[in-house]
Ligand binder design. Structure first.
Ligand SMILES: [Zn+2]
Length: 495
């Protein structure tokens, strides 16, 4: 492409030829960034040119700003081109001029699809057949979907704990292979780095992936009819979303398409806020933290790889960084849904929680035009909603009932009756067999009763209690476990 001059390390400044297929600086291991030839771009791109494009709003409308051509056969699912809602109710409540960039509308429900379309197109053109990534959330979901579209085999190394259930369901349905890991995510990343097989290891710091993200900035400008907002607020995990949106704004500025730049404002969860901490202490680099104390897995990076650029962008733009508690974030999620009809996941609602804090602390001028980027869809992490609604009995029942039916379906009616019999007193196989027929009209064979008991024991719902000698043979007694009692209690409440 004639529009790119070089691939440059953000830390040591080493430069690489753009056709070198490398993912990070060979000298210092840091992130590489494409540097564009702005004079060439200026000859091609103008407001008029962008206005008349037949491409709909979306990532590929800005193909001259991407490191790869749209033609031929891009791996696209229709990413980008998301709504910029003018907030009415929430804006009124907060007393500000607020817009919401609704990235929940992307193909897999998060902004990451903007980057994945670019890198997956590149990988397919390189003839890559296997791709591997490490992810606990939306990055893995997006890679799985676009790999499916590209016909590339996808493997995800997945930390065992903390994944949002909706995201796991998405990865499964897109057909990705999993390798569950017990280690911390940073340890898994180190392991993935060392694997030498035919897989391409795709990291969220890949320069092709990152360039797609900045199109959020281009869309915001066009949607505001070529006006620059005063402030853009984004959630921060690794820091790349903020740094790439900033890169996008600066590129439009360099081309003379806009006359000013917005203040970049980044929000993290209090339980994992290395970028915010560093910014507040006036440091250039995010200092890694030891423990994570937040439920928001998608923002939990103890050592954020793009922290340096995020801090630089916030400082350069005159913005600010702030953290919000999990409680404030969940309240913001609910507020956003109730006031604007947008169901965001907790990570995405951090922007609203952070905005509220900044208003309370007097950091925000009420005349500012503010954009909050809502990064991902709420259905991805229904656990957060369950927590929120646990106090509302009606809602809890509606959520629990289908789960109860699933359990009955899985264990079956006979096992349920056995649990009921054992809830009254401990008993043994032959006695249970008689009770099943007498009380519930179930005519099965005695060995089948023992089979059921052994299966219930495997599920940890019953356990052996006593061994009694009777008529020269041994009689094994069974009782309910605590788990068995709970399951039975829950099912009795429902049916
Ligand atoms: Zn370097």
């Amino acid at each position: 492409m004639g529009y790119i001059s070089t691939l440059k390390c953000i830390e040591c400044g080493n430069e690489y030829a753009i056709d070198e297929n490398i993912s990070e600086c060979l000298h210092c291991g840091n992130i590489l960034q494409f540097v564009f030839n702005y004079e060439e771009l200026q000859n091609k791109i103008s407001k008029k040119e962008l206005d008349k494009r037949i491409f709909p709003l979306g990532v590929w409308k800005y193909q001259e700003f991407l490191p790869i051509n749209f033609y031929p056969d891009p791996i696209s699912l229709g990413e980008g081109g998301t709504f910029l809602h003018e907030s009415l109710n929430l804006a009124k409540e907060l007393g500000i001029d607020l817009y919401l960039k609704d990235e929940t509308r992307n193909p897999t429900g998060s902004f990451l699809d903007r980057g994945t379309t670019v890198i997956m197109t590149k990988l397919q053109r390189l003839g890559i057949e296997n791709v591997r990534c490490v992810s606990i959330g939306n990055f893995g979901v997006s890679v799985a979907a676009y790999a499916a579209k590209a016909g590339i085999h996808c493997e995800i190394l997945l930390p065992r704990d903390g994944i949002d259930i909706g995201k796991l369901h998405q990865m499964i349905i897109y057909g990705a292979d999993f390798v569950p890991e017990t280690r911390e995510i940073s340890e898994i990343e180190k392991r993935a780095e060392k694997l030498t097989d035919e897989f391409f290891y795709l990291k969220p710091t890949n320069p092709y992936f990152l360039e797609g993200i900045k199109t959020i900035a281009f869309e915001i400008i066009e949607q505001l009819n070529w006006y620059t907002p005063d402030r853009v607020i984004v959630p921060m995990g690794k820091g790349s979303l903020l740094s790439m949106i900033w890169k996008g704004f600066k590129e439009f500025y360099k081309l003379g398409l806009i006359n000013s730049l917005p203040k970049m404002t980044g929000i993290q969860s209090e339980g994992c806020s290395p970028i915010v901490n560093a910014f507040k202490r006036g440091k250039k680099h995010a200092t890694s933290i030891k423990t994570v104390k937040t439920i928001i897995a998608d923002l939990s990076f103890v050592n954020p790889s793009d922290g340096f650029r995020a801090i630089q962008a916030i400082q350069e733009s005159g913005g600010v960084a702030e953290a919000a508690s999990d409680k404030e974030i969940l309240e913001a999620e609910s507020l956003l849904a109730k006031s604007e009809g947008i169901f965001a996941e907790p990570a995405a609602a951090t922007t609203i929680a952070g905005l509220k804090r900044l208003i309370d602390d007097g950091h925000i001028d009420k005349n500012e035009k503010i954009i909050c980027v809502i990064t991902g869809l709420g259905l991805k992490s229904p656990e957060a909603v369950k927590d929120m609604l646990s106090k509302i009995e009606k809602a809890e029942r509606l959520i629990r009932e289908p789960e109860g039916r699933m359990i009955v379906k899985r264990i079956g009616d006979t096992k349920l009756r056995i649990l009921e019999i054992l809830s009254e007193e401990t008993s043994y196989g032959y006695e249970i067999w008689k009770e099943l027929e007498h009380r519930f009209g179930k005519t099965i064979k005695v060995p089948t009763v023992y089979q059921h008991l052994s299966e219930l024991a495997k599920l940890s719902l019953v356990k052996e209690s006593d061994l009694e000698k009777a008529n020269g043979s041994e009689r094994k007694y069974y009782m309910l476990t605590e788990k068995g009692k709970k399951v039975l209690e829950m099912l009795k409440k429902l049916f």
